[in-house]
Structures are given as C-alpha cells and as structure tokens.
Design a binder for this molecule. Structure first.
Ligand code: F6R
Length: 260
C-alpha cells in the first residue's frame, strides 16, 4: 500500500484528482470505478474544473459505481444515480451510455447483481477504482464481517452507516436499510485502487485498514492483499497511523513517485 499524507484535505483531494486525470489521459478508454459520499464531492468538483480549464476528456471513459440503495429509482433525489449526475456526469463530456450503477429498484436484486458483475467483466474490468471509507471500515457498502470473497450482492446496512447517511434523507426511518454493492473480491479485482480519506472521523478506520490485521471486521483491510493500492490522506485522517513518520519519509509531502 502506498500511503500518501498531505497537509490539508484540499491538497489530498487535488492529489487524488491527479491520479484520475493521469489515468484518463494515459488511457482515454479507461474503466473507472466510482464512489459516492461526502468525501468524493470535492474530488468530482476538481475533475469538473480540470475538464473545463484543461479540456480533460472523459469521452471514451466507462464508469461503474460501487453501490446503490435498494428501493430508490435512478431519478430519486437521494439515489446514487442522481448524485453522480449532479456531481459529475452532467458537467463532463462522458457518454451516458457508458456510465453504470447497479439498479436499486430492480425487481430481482440478485439477478441485477449478477448482471452488474458480468457487465464489469465484459467491459474489460476496472482500471482504477475510487474508494472512500466508512467510519466502521466499510468500502462500498461492504459492512464489517462482509466476506472478503464477496461479490456484488444485496447487503444490509448497519445502523451506524444509516445514521451517517441520514443527513441526505428526511429522517432515520426514511434512510434505506439495504444496498446493492460490489463485493470485496469484486473491488480487489480492479487493476488499481485509490482510496481517499479526509478528516479526523476517519482516523481509526484508516489505521485499521492500513496497519491492522486483514480481517472481515474491517473490510477495507482486505486492500492490504491488493498489489496496487494508493491511499491518499490528509493529516487528520492519518492521525491514528503508528508508522506516520515512515510514510512521510517514504513519500515526502505525498510524493507518490518515491520508492515504496
Ligand atoms: C459510497 C461508498 C461508501 C463511502 C463511505 C464514506 O459509494 O461506497 O463506502 O465511500 O461511506 O462516505 P463519506 O465520504 O460520506 O464519509
């Protein structure tokens, strides 16, 4: 794992954005795995800005989002379909036919999960998977004790996750209980992963992910088994790391080109 620690959240976001831009510039038909949530919003703002200012193009890019709530149609204002449209897709030159999210309103979520997996494979697999991390160590909606061999499937959300996401809904009761999510093994099949975490609320989860044992209680720790993972952090999210000084030494100021 490459652990890059930047001074501020804005610097961490800019660094993470740089990885995405490099990917689509080097491989114009790249397949990107996308995440939602608060952490990703400034990153999508940066991508929009770089598309506008520098003409960074997404015309040949395909995308697969990690997850979607069960029971919400794509046009529901709290769906991740809607989030992606508003945060990114409406503002860049991406072909809508190449943007994919699981359908949370499918009558048969198990069949939908299988369809989604098959589509990822048929598109050639994910070149760069963007990830956030939950305070409980989830990636996608793979909640603690998710199988590290899991594939895209229906998953029950923890109360903690529902509380964290309640802010987008009218009430806790309105916050969905289930989601369709890529599995841990699905994520690990991506050719590379980029996890962005900012803020002190993520410090414990980040420490468990990077320095804890590989264990289903912290699904993000499975990323230790992947050969090409970059973790981009601000100082606050990095605060719980025991080897912080070492990561600074190896990648001064978050310089990813240094030898790991
Ligand atoms: C969302 C997702 C989640 C979030 C995580 C962090 O598609 O996959 O794993 O990345 O819950 O969310 P925020 O950034 O809102 O703290």
């Amino acid at each position: 794992m490459k652990v890059l620690i930047l001074e501020t959240a804005a610097q961490a976001v800019a660094r993470a954005t740089g990885f995405v831009v490099t990917m689509v510039q080097q491989k114009p038909d790249a397949v990107l795995g996308l995440a939602t949530g608060g952490t990703m919003l400034p990153l999508y703002d940066c991508l929009r800005a770089r598309h506008l200012a520098e003409g960074v193009s997404f015309a040949g890019v395909s995308t697969f989002n990690l997850d979607e709530y069960i029971g919400l149609s794509p046009d529901h204002p709290c769906s991740y379909h809607h989030y992606m449209q508003k945060a990114l897709f409406d503002h860049i030159d991406i072909d809508p036919a190449r943007t994919h999210l699981p359908h949370g309103d499918s009558a048969d979520p198990t069949a939908e999960a299988a369809r989604y997996e098959a589509l990822i494979a048929a598109t050639g697999g994910i070149d760069l998977q963007l990830l956030g991390i939950g305070q409980n160590g989830h990636i996608g909606f793979n909640e603690p004790t998710s199988s590290l061999a899991s594939r895209t499937r229906l998953k029950t959300l923890t109360e903690d996750t529902r509380r964290a996401n309640q802010r987008y809904f009218d009430s806790f009761d309105d916050t969905p209980r289930y989601a369709l999510t890529m599995g841990v093994a699905t994520i690990l099949e991506s050719k590379s992963c980029l996890l962005l975490a900012t803020g002190s609320a993520k410090a414990d989860a980040v420490a468990a992910m990077v320095e804890g044992p590989v264990a289903a209680i912290c699904p993000a720790s499975a990323l230790q088994l992947h050969r090409n993972v970059t973790v981009v952090l601000d100082q606050e999210a990095a605060a719980g790391l025991k080897l912080r000084t070492y990561y600074h030494h190896v990648h001064p100021k978050g310089d990813e080109s240094a030898i790991g």
